[in-house]
Design a protein around this ligand. Structure first.
Ligand code: DC
Length: 210
């Protein structure tokens, strides 16, 4: 069986960079599952809808097309807030579950998100829970935004992130939490290279046992 590598954790902990690089090294397809929720949220906003309205958000999730993931406006505060709203709607999560399982079924995959190791692929061969302190994650997100020419106050970025973490962790449907068998990687004091080497060593040890 082709391996599934599940990478979960809060926003801006370094999951995406890590997951993309692991996937390239291991020769596995990569899916950023946050993009699915972002694309659903932005589609609802496009239609002047309310991302917190279950029926509207479910319809957007059910009709999501792969091309929606290529949009250039899926990052930034507008998409962040809409994604967090639609992600708390159980019907949206159900609609996106099949997409995610289908993605990994054929060739294996590295997927990053919030519930990959707990809900989407509870049998994943390797599970990582990647974290960093709130202030460090806010600093990284602020740098990312600045690199894209989006001006923001670091305190506002941190406050938004705090609110979104709380929403992700408190929601009834698939809240953000580490799987019991996940390897916890705190990247606060690490650069991307050190995080990658630590994660690769762990994943290789797990795939070797398959
Ligand atoms: O990782 P991200 O910031 O792109 O995620 C966007 C939103 O979607 C965030 O509020 C968490 C949510 N999400 C989720 O609930 N489950 C996932 N597997 C991925 C993201």
């Amino acid at each position: 069986m082709k391996p599934i590598v599940a990478i979960d954790g809060p926003a801006a902990a370094g999951k995406g960079t890590l997951a993309r690089r692991l996937a390239a090294t291991l020769g596995l397809p990569y899916l950023d599952t946050g993009l699915l929720y972002r694309a659903v949220g932005v589609r609802v906003l496009d239609a002047q809808g309310d991302p917190a309205d279950a029926a509207t958000a479910e319809a957007a999730a059910q009709s999501l097309q792969p091309a929606d993931l290529d949009r250039s406006d899926l990052r930034g505060p507008r998409a962040d807030a809409a994604a967090a709203s639609v992600a708390s709607i159980p019907g949206v999560r159900v609609a996106l579950l099949a997409f995610q399982r289908g993605f990994g079924a054929r060739d294996g995959a590295v997927l990053d998100g919030r519930d990959i190791g707990t809900v989407i692929f509870p049998d994943a061969v390797a599970k990582l829970f990647v974290t960093a302190s709130l202030s460090e994650r806010a600093r990284r997100r602020w740098l990312e935004l600045r690199a894209k020419g989006i001006e923001a106050e670091i305190a506002t970025v941190e406050e938004d992130m705090f609110q979104r973490d709380a929403k992700d962790a408190a929601r009834a449907a698939a809240p953000l939490k580490a799987a019991a068998d996940a390897y916890r990687l705190d990247t606060s004091g690490m650069d991307a290279e050190a995080a990658y080497q630590t994660a690769l060593t762990f994943v290789r040890s797990r795939i070797g046992t398959q």
